[in-house]
Write a protein that binds this ligand. Structure first.
Ligand SMILES: C[S@@+](CC[C@H](N)C(=O)[O-])C[C@H]1O[C@@H](n2cnc3c(N)ncnc32)[C@H](O)[C@@H]1O
Length: 187
């Protein structure tokens, strides 16, 4: 099983509505593009659909041993509807607000970046847009802590759509999904 495969059944569950519809997705943290390829092949199927990726590092890592060892750019070069932004997630602050139908967060798993990423993802999402946060799991306790702070602060502006686990045992890999429901007034 690829390290990304656990996410795919959750993608199928939440993202099938976007198939053959013109939509814009953002992925933060793509590594070699396995999850990005799945999003492109299965949901970004309309000719006007588009994927932006924020990923600072394109080099194969030790995870690649025994795998095809291809880079993110190698794996995605056949797709005309992808834009790879070689920056850290803080670059989300430079993106237009209310832009994306779906944001997938799978970048830094550390304090305080997960919180920053959740907040930035919220702002770049359209109202009604979905965000999936990967590794909301006891293996990544800082992800849980940061997401808890985010969901507390933004509770009036989001719906928690799902907390997903593989097999319902504590510690199995989990994602949290939320929907942006309204924009906060900043005065
Ligand atoms: C778990 S991997 C992503 C796996 C990919 N989503 C998949 O399922 O195929 C995490 C990636 O996040 C990237 N990353 C780490 N910190 C980041 C940050 N601050 N901003 C954006 N990406 C970051 C790493 O370079 C790494 O490639």
């Amino acid at each position: 099983m690829d390290i990304s495969s656990h996410a795919f059944s959750k993608f199928d569950k939440h993202l099938s509505i976007f198939k053959d519809v013109p939509v814009r997705f953002l992925e933060v943290g793509s590594y070699r593009g396995v999850s990005a390829q799945y999003l492109l092949d299965n949901f970004l199927t309309h000719p006007e659909s588009h994927l932006d990726i924020i990923e600072p590092c394109h080099q194969p890592s030790p995870y690649s041993v025994g795998d095809n060892n291809k880079t993110l750019i190698d794996n995605l070069q056949a797709y005309p509807n992808v834009n790879i932004i070689t920056k850290k997630s803080r670059y989300m602050g430079a993106l237009e607000e209310d832009t994306y139908d779906f944001v997938y967060l799978d970048g830094s798993h550390k304090n305080p970046f997960v919180l920053e990423d959740c907040i930035s993802a919220f702002h770049v999402l359209k109202i009604g847009g979905l965000c999936g946060i990967d590794d909301h799991s006891h293996y990544f306790i800082e992800v849980i802590q940061n997401v808890n702070i985010f969901t507390l602060l933004y509770q009036s502006y989001i719906d928690i759509v799902a907390v997903e686990s593989l097999d319902h045992t504590p510690g199995s890999i989990i994602q949290l999904w939320f929907r942006k429901t309204k924009r906060p007034l900043d005065y």
